[in-house]
Design a protein around this ligand. Structure first.
Ligand code: TRP
Ligand code: ZN
Length: 902
């Protein structure tokens, strides 16, 4: 018997809630074992609701103490309590409902609702965690003003909640009390409280309109010297939203709190953001360049939610991308602007391209596979079983691409006008993705008379990554180039059910340039103006564009800046790609050309490996890489991206049958070959990009470290004489965590003799008191080339390992199952048996996190035949496990049902 029967919720079934709940008073008597919550709500039946409408309140893992309506105990016959709801009937049109309930924070390992981490209390309510705190209408379209009273023993001196602090007092019984009031109506998923003994850092700044606001970052005692970067990032985010979007902070006080046990990255609770400590704490000794960048971007993301998510929120959870896609777009732009600040135009363009490349690489590695697999869904899904499973790369990253395309179609000014219109129409409301597009469309139709965004809306309705086939016809006599674009997108995931309607074309902004055979840009006449890039708007299955005055047969530079989340099909020759990789003036397309060359090279090597032949790297490819490595015009950060080989996940998408060992062997071989054949150049890059002196996480020095450490990895991979000495020396003398980890990683993956084990042991000894660094230590080992199920199992026996802390579980178990294809997809099937055990063990503690691990086998049906059957069996074993959560069951049952055709 299952504890939960799967129920599918459909977007088309949306109905407004029959009652408004304008006011909520919450009183907490906090105690780790049993906390008592008194929730008093003012409710008003909506004018158009039936007089006998029942009031259904969601609740989970709660005990009812008492229920009163307008001060009177409510008769037994007029309510019922089930495992998931409290249902009241016979209510008057207006009433005050008071519910007293109990919950158990210390025993709450799900980290949803109210829980204990370390010696403090925290909450996580999105998406449906509030129902673990009290019975309530736990849906985003019910918005209320909250007044919160917190009472806790003296061991919890700090008592925080949303909004403004009204009063604090000492109670006669020795406990403390604090009262908070949030002036803004909000859905309950934005409620938060924190209680404990924490330290903090703060600053005061004036907003654009001159109001003074208090910004605070709270963290564990002893970590106060690691919160400066987070606080500085918060100030930058506040300024950026003012200047780029004209949006001001609306509260007098804005708090960020770091917690060690957290299911995801961070949460935008109104005025009281709660963060995974990994996205707050940083100093040079313990945080990498990537950590610094991640903190700035997540601090920005949560801060930006204050307008895109909180002031304007979602009508229902199908609209999740309304806030997430838009807020990811905003955080990406924030990071790009921060990286490009204070640079001359050429350097700024390169810096922005680096950010774009990183974002697109993430999209391709995480979202493209999702969009081709059993969990494929439109950015606005039509159905779900468990909403926690839809905080996906599609909703977030593809959602951001869909916003970016609107930005591209409207231009910066037009997009800003659309945003202004969105807030003018919907401030204070819970709305839909359609409402957002309608606001943008109101600007678009003025810019483009006779056109609209109707076809564009298909991005919200349909899943899958469209493929656009490009043909070029050049007429030398007429000096005319005709470009044809043809799109198609096969049904994926639930779309493959027989009753699904045929798919419609997408509105695809397609940026294109043409180069001549010397690599010089050809001017394109568009609307009477000469441009280097033309923005084509493909809105039907197939369209043509004619360019006149093209003097010679061109090489096309396609999808510049990655202007749409699609796959381009064009038959470039390798020579075309080498030309683009050396000369394209669009830095994104230039990177892309090199990636395509490398992809072809690795796939060819993988085929050689599969047929047991000797691997040999193509000389022209090595030459292209040499040209990039030695091009003095490229800055280090950009160069590091151009020289990085495509990720295994991206490469797997290009294989008819995914063969991880063959891919790994091919990629390894090429890396070693590049190291060997370009050793002098790598050595020069290693020596020429040292960053002595005081550590700075700024893009300049971070880019130099990226290139230098890439050089070190290549020298080590090739087994070059002296390389191990360089790595050991760097490890011994590193002045920052980026260099320290890069050296350790190189030693671990390619080192020989005692050095790797010694460095690993030294690292642990030095950092064993620091959980975020211990996570890194586990990750390095989980992703090492030598890692196997046996070594990972042994690491699980280490005293520092626990499945209860999500960061620790992710550092070891997830990293192995999701990011170490070679170890995981071993032909003996032991990886799958390990995965089965871990999904089941984690599910008993934390279903949200377990469901993410469950996704490791999503694309089982696309692997080589020998791996398919053991993967399918593992999925069946998990699905059949008694008492499985509906979170995990949705993932495994969809993986089995909607397996892609291979
Ligand atoms: N809304 C959060 C964000 O994107 C993410 C989030 C959703 C979350 N559900 C969560 C975080 C559960 C932690 C736990 O910023
Ligand atoms: Zn978000």
């Amino acid at each position: 018997m299952r504890t939960d029967t799967p129920v599918t919720i459909y977007r088309k079934d949306y109905r407004p809630y029959p009652y408004a709940i304008p006011q909520v008073a919450l009183e907490f008597d906090l105690d780790p074992d049993t906390t008592t919550v008194r929730c008093t709500m003012q409710v008003e039946r909506h004018a158009d609701a039936a007089a006998d409408a029942v009031m259904q309140l969601d609740g989970e893992a709660l005990e009812l103490v008492s229920l009163r309506v307008d001060g009177q105990a409510w008769p037994d016959a007029q309510y019922s309590v089930g495992a998931h709801a409290l249902t009241l009937s016979g209510l008057p049109a207006r009433a005050e409902i008071e519910i007293v309930s109990r919950c158990h924070p210390a025993a709450n390992s799900t980290l949803m609702g109210l829980y204990v981490s370390g010696d403090s209390f925290f909450t996580q309510c999105e998406a449906e965690g509030f129902r673990r705190i009290t019975w309530f209408a736990d849906r985003p379209d019910v918005m209320s003003r909250y007044r919160v009273t917190l009472r806790a023993p003296a061991a919890y001196p700090l008592l925080l909640s949303n909004g403004n602090l009204i009063a604090t007092r000492q109670l006669p019984d020795g406990r403390g009390e604090a009262e908070w009031e949030d002036p803004f109506p909000k859905p309950c998923y934005l409620f938060a409280l924190v209680a404990g003994r924490l330290t903090h850092r703060e600053t005061r700044v004036n907003t654009a309109s001159g109001r003074e606001v208090l910004l605070q970052v709270y963290s564990d005692p002893g970590s106060e010297n690691r919160t400066q970067w987070a606080l500085d990032s918060l100030v930058r985010a506040l300024r950026w939203d003012e200047t780029r979007f004209g949006l001001e902070l609306d509260l007098d006080r804005f708090m960020v709190v770091a917690v060690r046990d957290f299911n995801m990255g961070a949460m935008e609770n109104k005025g009281l953001n709660i963060f995974n400590a990994a996205y707050v704490l940083a100093d040079a000794d313990t945080a990498t360049d990537a950590n610094y960048e991640g903190i700035e971007s997540v601090i920005g993301h949560e801060y930006f939610h204050n307008w895109t998510g909180n002031r304007v929120t979602c009508r229902d959870w199908f609209q999740l991308s309304l806030k997430e896609g838009l807020t990811v777009f905003r955080d990406q732009e924030f990071s790009a602007d921060m990286m490009a600040r204070d640079l001359d135009p050429a350097a700024a363009a390169s810096a922005r391209a680096v950010k774009r490349i990183d974002d697109v690489a993430t999209l391709r590695a995480a979202q493209f596979p999702e969009d081709a697999g059993p969990m494929a869904h439109p950015i606005r899904p039509d159905s779900y079983q468990e909403i926690g499973n839809f905080y996906t790369a599609t909703v977030y990253e593809k959602g951001s691409e869909v916003i970016r395309m609107q930005h591209t179609l409207l231009g910066e000014e037009g997009f800003r006008a659309g945003m202004d219109e969105y807030f003018r129409r919907h401030d204070g409301q819970a709305v839909t993705c359609d409402d957002f597009v309608a606001a943008m469309e109101s600007v678009y139709v003025k810019q483009h008379p006779g056109r609209n965004l109707e076809v564009f809306r298909n991005w919200y309705r349909q899943a899958g990554t469209p493929r656009v086939a490009v043909t070029l016809d050049y007429d030398a006599a007429a000096q005319r180039c005709t470009v044809t674009l043809a799109q198609q997108c096969q049904p994926v995931g639930v779309e493959r059910r027989a009753d699904n309607p045929a798919k419609q074309p997408f509105h695809i902004p397609f940026a294109l340039g043409l180069l001549d055979r010397q690599g010089k840009p050809i001017a394109l006449r568009v609307d009477g103006r000469e441009q280097e890039t033309a923005l084509l708007e493909l809105t039907t299955a197939r369209q043509q564009w004619v360019f006149e005055g093209v003097p010679s047969a061109p090489v096309p530079s396609l999808l510049r800046g990655f202007s749409a989340p699609i796959i381009v099909e064009y038959g470039w020759s390798d020579a075309d790609l080498a030309l683009l990789s050396a000369h394209d003036t669009d830095p994104f397309a230039r990177w892309e050309a090199g990636q395509e060359l490398a992809t072809r090279q690795i796939l060819a090597l993988a085929r050689l490996h599969q047929s047991g032949q000797t691997l040999r790297a193509d000389g022209a490819f090595i030459d292209a890489w040499r040209a990039l490595l030695t091009d003095p015009a490229l800055d280090a950060a950009y160069r590091a991206r151009t020289l990085a080989l495509p990720s295994e996940k991206t490469l797997a998408e290009r294989m008819a049958q995914i063969d991880p060992p063959a891919l790994a062997a091919a990629r390894d071989f090429l890396r070693a070959e590049l190291g060997r054949q370009l050793q002098a150049e790598w050595r020069a890059a290693f020596d020429g990009n040292q960053t002595p002196g005081e550590y700075s996480p700024a893009p300049g020095p971070a880019g130099r470290r990226a290139l230098k450490n890439q050089a070190l990895a290549h020298l080590m991979a090739a087994g070059i004489d002296g390389a191990q000495g360089l790595a050991q020396q760097q490890y011994a003398s590193a002045g920052n965590m980026t260099d320290s980890m890069a050296a350790l990683s190189a030693l671990l993956n390619y080192g020989t003799g005692e050095a790797p084990a010694q460095a690993l042991a030294a690292f642990y000894e030095r950092w064993k008191h620091d959980p975020l660094v211990v996570d890194k230590w586990f990750t390095l080992q989980a992703t090492a080339r030598s890692a196997t199920v046996q070594t990972v199992r042994a690491l699980m026996q280490h005293p520092a390992f626990t499945l209860r802390n999500p960061n620790r579980a992710r550092a070891l178990v997830f990293q192995f199952c999701l990011n170490n294809a070679r170890g995981m997809h071993h032909a003996d099937g032991t990886g799958y048996a390990y995965w089965t055990e871990q999904v089941i063990a984690l599910d008993a503690l934390n279903p949200e996190v377990a469901a993410r691990l469950a996704r490791a086998l999503d694309n089982w049906s696309r692997f080589v035949p020998a791996l398919r059957q053991p993967m399918q069996q593992a999925l069946q074993a998990v699905s059949a496990h008694p008492g499985l959560s509906r979170n995990v069951l949705e993932i495994t049952s969809k993986a089995l049902e909607f397996a892609a055709q291979s």
